[in-house]
Design a binder for this molecule. Sequence first.
Ligand SMILES: Cc1cc2nc3c(=O)[nH]c(=O)nc-3n(C[C@H](O)[C@H](O)[C@H](O)COP(=O)(O)OP(=O)(O)OC[C@H]3O[C@@H](n4cnc5c(N)ncnc54)[C@H](O)[C@@H]3O)c2cc1C
Length: 397
Amino acid sequence: MAIGFRFTEEQRMMAENAYKWANSWLEPQMEELEKEQKCPPDLFIELGKLGLNGIVFEEKYGGAGLGYVETCLIYEAIGRISSGISGGVIGPSQTLCFDNFRRNAKEEHKMEVLPKACTGEYIGALGITEPNAGSDAMSMRTTAVKKGDSYIINGSKIFITNSPIADVMMFYAKTDPQKGPHGISAFWFYLKNARGVTIDKIDKWGFRTSPSGLVTFEDVVIPEENLVGKLNGGVSVLTSGLCTERITLAGSILGMQRACIELSIKYSKERVQFGKPIGSFQLIQGKLADMYCGYEASKWMVYRAADYCDSSEDKHGGKGTDLDLMAAAAILFSSERGTQIASDAVQIHGGYGICTEYPVSRHYTDSKLWEIGAGTSEIRRLIVAREMLRDGFAMER
Ligand SMILES: Cc1cc2nc3c(=O)[nH]c(=O)nc-3n(C[C@H](O)[C@H](O)[C@H](O)COP(=O)(O)OP(=O)(O)OC[C@H]3O[C@@H](n4cnc5c(N)ncnc54)[C@H](O)[C@@H]3O)c2cc1C
């Protein structure tokens, strides 16, 4: 009996086309972008022309109406050039911000915002993390106080990807601080030039093409109608996106892994030492074999989780679901394999692997973030173990 391990011809073509575009349009810019710590200003407009924004959005919003498998394929294809762009700029806008917005915002707001997210006119950002509330996101201190038909926002959000360039931001704030997690609500607003908001760009040694900022709110007025989901229902909005975020960002990690392997194979054949290509040395071969196994195993976990999500009616996942387990396990494994694979790739390139001219250097500096951003390895392990220990857990699914 056959098991469906293969992508369809359409899926293959889509990934191939995305890669060809990234290789011809993005790759030549990468060294400069890394140096200057920026992403291409016309990135989303270019993606819009190719129909690569809003991959899972319904056609009425201008999306492609496809699934999370296709999203992973495209994020992987672009991640072969840069996971810092694929999962570090595109994912935070299209998946973390706008896909969650699509799930939870009011229909008239979706009609206002999502078509522009698809053309690339709008870039999105998502604000959860605060200086004192990282893994323990529920301890956030940003407040939203009702005044007339508006909310007044005070507080700050740190490490907010895309905030220096974003048009739209979704964020979470305490609307009833006494109620803990049951007193958090989600909001959206137009971030660019918003009154009372300051954005300080953060300098980073890794993930350099992904713009990060500290966003400070000082008496920012947000209309009540910009509440996303129910009042004090922010946790449900937040968790509704976590699984698809983890799965699709892991797609970008696959791209980084694959690029490191492809570059290392090429270099192992070309670089001659002691009169032989370094690929003829067994210690180099061992690394290549481990890299390949890491990628193949990661790939299986990521696409299996994406396929499971696509075929599930409920894509929210959350506590007590197999989707939560599979999504956390997929990004936990692929990110840790990714760090090892990127490190091996640099090692195979020797001193040249440290030089910015060689793409493995940026894959290496991007790789570590994947064990930290969108929830750390430690938190992912806690989720995997929590789901394994729940009543009714079964290995088969
Ligand atoms: C480049 C970058 C981009 C980011 N983009 C965004 C974004 O767009 N939006 C957003 O909201 N956030 C974003 N983040 C924030 C990211 O999600 C947090 O950095 C992450 O959740 C960890 O929080 P922290 O950095 O405060 O670390 P902490 O939570 O302080 O953790 C420090 C260490 O303690 C460990 N730890 C914490 N709690 C436990 C526990 N219970 N058990 C075991 N170990 C534990 C952690 O795993 C970690 O190793 C981004 C971060 C980075 C670096």
